[in-house]
Design a protein around this ligand. Sequence first.
Ligand SMILES: N[C@@H](CCC(=O)N[C@@H](CS)C(=O)NCC(=O)O)C(=O)O
Length: 275
Amino acid sequence: MYTPPKIWQPDTESGGRFANINRPTAGATHEKELPVGEHALQLHSLATPNGVKVTVMLEELLELGIQEAEYDAYPIDIGEGDQFGSGFVAINPNSKIPALLDRSTTPATRVFESGAILTYLAEKFGAFLPEEASARAECFSWLFWQMGSAPYLGGGFGHFYAYAPEKIEYPINRYAMEVKRQLDVLDRNLGARQFLCGEKYTIADMANYAWYGALVLHNIYDAAEFLDVASYEHVVRWATAIEERPAVQRGRRVNRAWGPEELRVIERHSASDFE
Ligand SMILES: N[C@@H](CCC(=O)N[C@@H](CS)C(=O)NCC(=O)O)C(=O)O
């Protein structure tokens, strides 16, 4: 039984996995310039679900033949604290991947938060976001739904089920209930439509696929059986169809520093990096 003290103090000893990168303050911890490539778009990221959303979008734009979407992608090793380097913090004061710098504008445009990056790219290139107001609102609804919901999946369920130093029934129950509810929200919607916002594939699908696709197709947190993810048939059908797209297969590999060697593209500068 824990009795909170009058004034909270950080306890980095028993914080579980990732405790070493957690601290109660923001800002840079060290001076470190970011590398700069030849393209206008400079992405600093990692192939986690939040990172994959953006590399999928960039590869989808390139698949459409939009050359201006060429980009340099550099890895940020969040386990080593790269997200607290001065160069990275200048593009993302929140010290989390992904972060994008667009050098085609004067001054350069920084964008952080994966949902904001997807929207920025969709608006810049006029793709994967409906123009018409009602359809656009539906797309933003599902995009923001993902941004608000996934922290309960990752930071809530994933943390307590997979990473916390001990299995505690109360938070696991609470977050398993919420994640199953979220899967049911998606499943009911996808039972009536091909994609989340209707018959067209949009940034809302990319954002949601990165998290819920990983859950139903790739057993993240080793929880596929525990959450009975196979029972959400429409979600599985939708995620499988998205994952077959060549751009998605490429996007999943960018800034990936783990898994089979032949699938890793730790830095990406051109299409030839996938060969
Ligand atoms: N809401 C943010 C979340 C980003 C996020 O949580 N990124 C994680 C990796 S998936 C991170 O950089 N963690 C490092 C840290 O917390 O220090 C987004 O969607 O961009």
